[in-house]
Design a protein around this ligand. Structure first.
Ligand SMILES: Cc1cc2nc3c(=O)[nH]c(=O)nc-3n(C[C@H](O)[C@H](O)[C@H](O)COP(=O)(O)OP(=O)(O)OC[C@H]3O[C@@H](n4cnc5c(N)ncnc54)[C@H](O)[C@@H]3O)c2cc1C
Length: 457
């Protein structure tokens, strides 16, 4: 029986699901899988993207861990593709590779002043509050009033974490530095801006509803945003999700205490619709001082057009949550416009000719762009794996497919890789840190410390 030696790069949900699906799939060959990640901990954005106060979603980790704990997938953590291991190495030791490297960077927002001091990408902030080891430990939470640009779930996560009182985050796994930063925050007002109307937002009802439950935070919505056009009315009538979103927002309009004036909470979260940010204004020191937005109006077809009316809201920080963006991988085709690996249903294509690149596959956010929930990465992985199985004739023929070759290569290069046992050690260590403080877990943030704990050093 032929054997498929497969490398998967990226131990987020997409990579883990792909491994699991392949191992369970009907096929006429044996499989052995090595899963690489540049972080010493697996689970990608489930660990480093999903907000700490969403323990139910974080719970997906349990299902992913069950897959790894079966023990039929080898893990090489703390190994960066492109530096510690290259495409040539993979060709030498495997029959094929699946890239599942996701996305961690912010998409750009091209407006004047966006580079001001105090203007940040949401992805960086998320990485900070989720304790990603490769981001600065300190975050200057020194603004009373902040703007969040975008109306997707990430924008709501960022707005919620900024507006929430730090003590209400303590039940979660936030690291100590994040707790200290949030506790010291002088924030009073978070303004979320979306250029379209309430019937065209991208966030989901659950995430929206949660905002209304924040302790000592008034929700502020503006009556002028609810003068719906026919397209919006049709969207509300025909789409259950939009209907619920509208219902939640309408209920906030009715709350006398939070309707724009007279609120009693010490913090406010404002939702501005039909508001297209056009500039970040700065003070003499180059620090953000206000966000300027153009009021838009419905175009009758579900879109919006500018009205030319400019308005200004004083803010000292701006967070742009306008999407994530994938990063190129050395030697692998990359579509710079969309931030993905060019592919047809997961089969990687040459950038210009659109011809297949044999042996190379993609799945997850790096395959189809940074949209969709964790569950989507499963169907995505199924499609990629189906092609991988059917493409048996075009796999690489490795020079040395032995399982001993990779540990030897990493050792020769001085790479301090971590394995499944190491992850268990780090996991237990974090749980023990949490137990001492009466919390479920406290994450270790420092990469060296993560590696030391994992390797039992
Ligand atoms: C802020 C935020 C909140 C979210 N909240 C939710 C939610 O509540 N519910 C939900 O269902 N979905 C949520 N999502 C979406 C969910 O996280 C994604 O759908 C999912 O994580 C995508 O999976 P992936 O495996 O493609 O990518 P990722 O999860 O990003 O995993 C990619 C992995 O590849 C590794 N990697 C990258 N480059 C390299 C390299 N060069 N070498 C080796 N390894 C590398 C990374 O370290 C990472 O572990 C959220 C996303 C974000 C950004």
């Amino acid at each position: 029986m032929t054997k498929l030696r497969l490398a998967i790069v990226g131990a987020g949900p997409a990579g883990i699901y792909a491994a699991d699906i392949l191992l369970k799939a009907e096929r006429k060959f044996d499989v052995s899988i090595d899963l690489f990640d540049h972080l010493p901990a697996p689970y990608g954005l489930v660990r480093y993207g999903v907000a700490p106060d969403h323990p139910r979603i974080k719970g997906i980790i349990t299902a992913l861990r069950d897959v790894l704990d079966r023990g039929d997938i080898r893990i090489f953590g703390n190994v960066r593709f492109g530096e510690d291991i290259t495409l040539d190495d993979l060709k030498k030791h495997y029959n094929a590779v699946i890239f599942a490297t996701g996305a961690i960077k912010d998409a750009d927002l091209d407006i004047p002043g966006i580079d001001a001091v105090g203007s940040y990408g949401a992805a960086d902030f998320v990485s900070w509050y989720d304790g990603h080891p490769d981001f600065p430990r300190e975050w200057p939470l020194d603004a009373a009033s902040v703007a969040v640009v975008g109306v997707g779930n990430v924008a709501l996560d960022v707005a919620r974490v900024l507006a929430k009182h730090a003590e209400d985050l303590l039940v979660t796994e936030i690291p100590a530095n994040v707790q200290a930063g949030l506790e010291a925050s002088p924030i009073t007002d978070v303004h979320v801006f979306g250029r379209r109307g309430p019937a065209q937002v991208k966030f989901t009802p659950l995430e929206l509803r949660e905002l209304g439950e924040l302790r000592d935070v008034d929700m502020v919505v503006y009556d002028e945003d609810f003068d719906y056009d026919e397209a919006s009315k049709a969207a509300i009538a025909s789409n259950k999700q939009v209907m619920v979103i509208d219902r939640v927002l309408q209920s906030w309009r009715q709350r006398p205490s939070v309707n724009n004036a007279g609120g009693e909470a010490s913090r406010r979260l404002h939702l501005h619709f039909y508001a297209k940010p056009v500039e970040v204004k700065t003070d003499d020191t180059g620090r953000a001082s206000a966000i300027v937005y153009e009021r838009t109006k419905p175009d009758g077809e579900g879109g919006v057009v500018g009205t030319g009316e400019l308005r200004e809201v004083p803010v000292q920080q701006v967070y742009r949550a306008v999407g994530y963006f994938g990063s190129p991988l050395k030697g692998v085709p990359f579509d710079k416009r969309h931030g993905v690996i060019p592919n047809h249903e997961g089969q990687v294509l040459h950038k210009d000719s659109n011809e297949r690149v044999p042996g190379v596959y993609a799945t997850g956010w790096i395959k189809r762009g940074p949209v969709g929930l964790i569950g989507h990465t499963k169907s995505d992985a199924m499609e990629t794996v189906r092609h991988l199985i059917n493409d048996q004739g075009s796999w690489w023929t490795p020079e040395d497919p032995s399982e001993a070759a990779i540990p030897a290569l990493l050792a020769e290069r001085g790479v301090a890789w971590t394995d499944l046992d190491g992850w268990h050690r780090l996991d237990e260590h974090e749980i023990a840190l949490g137990a001492a403080a009466d919390r479920a877990r406290i994450k270790v943030v420092d990469r060296d410390e993560m590696v030391r704990v994992s390797r039992g050093e």
